[in-house]
Design a protein around this ligand. Structure first.
Ligand SMILES: NC(=O)c1ccc[n+]([C@@H]2O[C@H](COP(=O)([O-])OP(=O)(O)OC[C@H]3O[C@@H](n4cnc5c(N)ncnc54)[C@H](OP(=O)(O)O)[C@@H]3O)[C@@H](O)[C@H]2O)c1
Length: 335
């Protein structure tokens, strides 16, 4: 098979991020539909998925030798990525992984396309996309850090249920109906009931008191922006379908006026200054940029600012990143 005919394999294609990857590949005409193959577990193998009027059959990844693909995009949990990504690389494919399996590996570039896509080179065949909070924080922080050296960041996140996968979104819908009907329900994908509630625990709690989600955000942002950055995060699950929000406090080495902050961000890649003071999750669904609003000086600290960020977590920090990285790989490798 010639290089031009080689395919892209999407593993985890029936999930939230996988389906969105296919949708964005088609929307952007990144590759012809017949060069896309979809994979899942045995549970969904045999299904047909209709995405943007294209029909795809879903295959069992366990039966795949990866020999006809030059790119394998994983939208699966870490253990599945760790099982099949080495097989894909051994067959000659370059891997882009959306899970946390490889993000903090010092040998694996952690790519946030508007920030550091120059790290995609011919010398690496494994790339990780960043967590869906670490990504928007980095997109906003990078240009401000370049201007005034960020020294300390506090992030409180308001995370939609889509961030926990398709089953979690279904639970929000089904349990909200039950709650409205006065019926009992038992949380499955959340630590408490999600309808009409907020839950200050995303993932399990570590020995240091932070959750694994908070740890990922802190360590990934430090890997992307600077290991010298001080950062603390509190992650909260909210009863929203799609769209993550972040309250961000940043302290800099030198003062930035709010006008300077707005000017820098309005000229930065992947960011939009919210026209109407701020955006909400419902308003950002389907959009590619990270929206920034509620600009304030932090009265509690020297050289501090306060911001409100909102982005579509299934696109920026997930599927869009994977697609942009694949486009870059395709260009660098000339496929
Ligand atoms: N959702 C987000 O906002 C977001 C953002 C950034 C990164 N991520 C990461 O992206 C990954 C996927 O997240 P998601 O939200 O799309 O999850 P999801 O909706 O739960 O989808 C999981 C996918 O993995 C497949 N899968 C499960 N077990 C498998 C197995 N044994 N072999 C092969 N495939 C298997 C599922 O296929 P079946 O249909 O066969 O079960 C499904 O296609 C996770 O690592 C997540 O942390 C998610």
């Amino acid at each position: 098979m010639s290089a031009e005919q080689k395919k892209i394999a999407i593993i985890g294609a029936t999930g939230n991020v996988g389906r969105k990857i296919v949708e964005i590949l088609l929307q952007r005409n990144s590759i012809a539909p017949e060069r896309i193959r979809l994979f899942s577990s045995a549970r969904s193998a045999g299904q047909t998925l209709k995405i943007l009027n294209q029909h795809f059959s879903v295959e069992n990844v366990a039966d795949y030798d990866f020999k006809d693909c030059y790119l394998a995009l994983f939208a699966t949990d870490s253990d599945i990525s760790k099982t099949f990504a080495p097989k894909a690389m051994a067959a000659g494919a370059t891997v882009v992984d959306s899970s946390s399996a490889y993000r903090l590996d010092p040998n694996v570039p952690l790519i946030v396309p508007p920030v550091n896509s120059e790290l995609v080179t011919k010398s690496k065949n494994l790339y990780a996309t960043a967590n869906c909070l670490a990504c928007p924080i980095s997109v906003v922080l990078k240009p401000l850090h370049a201007a005034a050296n960020a020294i300390r960041v506090l992030a409180s996140t308001y995370q939609s249920t889509s961030g926990a996968g398709k089953a979690a979104m279904d639970e929000l819908q089904q349990h909200t109906k039950k709650a409205l009907n006065g019926e009992a329900f038992q949380p499955v994908n959340f630590k408490r009931g999600i309808p009409f509630n907020v839950i200050p625990q995303v993932d399990e709690i570590r020995a240091d008191g932070f959750t694994y989600e908070e740890f990922k955000i802190m360590e990934e942002v430090r890997k992307i922006i600077s290991p010298n950055l001080k950062i603390a995060a509190t992650s909260v699950r909210v009863p929203v379908m799609v769209g993550h929000s972040i309250s961000l406090a940043i302290e800099f080495e030198r003062e930035l006026s709010l006008e300077e902050v707005k000017k820098i961000l309005s000229q930065s890649s992947g960011v939009k200054v919210s026209a109407n003071d701020y955006m909400t999750p419902v308003e950002v669904e389907g959009k590619d940029d990270v929206y920034v609003g509620r600009f304030r000086k932090d009265p509690t600290t020297k050289n501090g600012i306060l911001l409100w960020l909102c982005s579509d977590n299934l696109r920026r920090g997930a599927a869009l990143d994977a697609v942009e990285i694949s486009e870059r790989i395709t260009k660098v490798w000339g496929q």
